[in-house]
Design a protein around this ligand. Structure first.
Ligand SMILES: CC(C)(COP(=O)(O)OP(=O)(O)OC[C@H]1O[C@@H](n2cnc3c(N)ncnc32)[C@H](O)[C@@H]1OP(=O)(O)O)[C@@H](O)C(=O)NCCC(=O)NCCS
Length: 152
């Protein structure tokens, strides 16, 4: 990692930069564009937790946690909804930092488990999530694998 990352909220000052964060073309099938996630965050303002990862002055990643302890579907109660690391900044630990930030927020809210849903496929994030300790639960949702990790 070149610069120590830090987490920032999405504000009127940085929202355009947030929307400019793009993954590599072959990864686009695996995650929604940031602009769509921010629209969802607006609509789900009570449960969405959108944040930017900065390296110095530059936002290099977008992550969105979802915290809805009363959700009917158990794997929507606490987890990572979205994660987009700018193509040129991948492989430098920013994805791990962003994911850990969501897990820390889950712990802060008293959750004992966090989930993520990923689409299987060659350019997808499965290897990344497994490296972080997520394991498939055996469930599937809308063609996506449900992964979970204990928050100890
Ligand atoms: C998946 C993604 C978030 C990873 O972000 P990143 O910043 O490149 O990952 P990091 O540098 O933090 O990697 C953390 C660890 O995971 C490993 N890793 C990263 N991507 C991996 C992959 N595709 N397969 C296997 N391991 C991977 C790294 O080697 C590193 O391992 P280490 O701890 O031994 O050094 C990023 O590639 C991305 O934005 N992909 C496109 C969008 C996407 O799929 N988002 C997820 C939607 S659910």
């Amino acid at each position: 990692m070149n610069e120590a990352p830090r987490l920032e909220a999405v504000t009127p000052d940085n929202v355009a930069l947030a929307c400019a964060i793009k993954v590599a073309p072959e990864q686009e099938a695996f995650v929604a564009p940031v602009v769509s996630s921010l629209a969802e965050a607006y609509a789900s303002y009570a449960t969405a937790w959108p944040r930017l990862v900065y390296a110095g002055d530059e936002p290099v990643a977008f992550v969105m946690g979802g915290f809805d302890p009363h959700a009917e579907i158990e794997f929507f109660r606490c987890g990572i909804w979205r994660l987009n690391v700018a193509a040129a900044r991948q492989g430098s630990g920013y994805g791990r930092f962003a994911a850990e930030a969501v897990l820390d927020e889950g712990r802060r809210r008293g959750a004992d488990r966090a989930t993520v849903l990923w689409k299987p496929g060659g350019h997808g994030p499965e290897g990344f999530y497994r490296r972080l300790g997520f394991e498939p639960t055996g469930q599937e949702f809308a063609g996506q694998v449900v992964g979970a990790i204990a928050l100890t």
